[in-house]
Design a protein around this ligand. Sequence first.
Ligand code: 5GP
Ligand code: MG
Length: 180
Amino acid sequence: MHEDLSRVVYSEDEIQRRVRELGAELAREYAGVRPLIVGILKGSFFFLADLVRAMDAPVELRFLKASSYGAGTVTSGNVVIDIASDLQADISGRHVLVVDDIIDTGVTLRRIVDLLAEKNPASLKVCVLLTKTAARRAEVRHDYAGFVCPPEFLVGYGLDYAERYRNLPYIGVLRPEIYI
Ligand code: 5GP
Ligand code: MG
């Protein structure tokens, strides 16, 4: 384990096992419709890569970038969404699945879902790796979730603190003294 972490919450094995289950479920749900999978950068990058490879079905990938944290550990509530040129294209009539790393307050995903819903997709669902139970500010429906996680600041498997720790293959709790 990385010395900046106090404990591992999800091991590499646990994550991989759960992601394979989700991928199999999604492949069944989207059989025959070639869904548009919209990854939210950068946090969902690793999850998305493993998830779509666990889906034995044709998919199309798009990305958009959202940020609210800056270098802090609490959501600023001030979400910036950057629609990559990828998403300017028409999504009407398509089956869209938004993939993100984690729902904390829900503010980020709420904004993204509202924005995509205006573009008249045939269906719009959300898949997150993690969902935090406490501190939900904006109601956002997630149709698929990997794990319900503790209300602590987590890093690894895409989750960062000031752009660090994303490439850890497991997810753990960052020692508070690192960010205080
Ligand atoms: P929300 O808008 O739901 O409060 O926050 C969502 C975004 O905040 C996530 O996509 C993620 O980038 C970031 N976030 C929320 N909780 C955590 C956490 O425990 N660790 C890290 N590294 N990022 C988090
Ligand atoms: Mg994020």
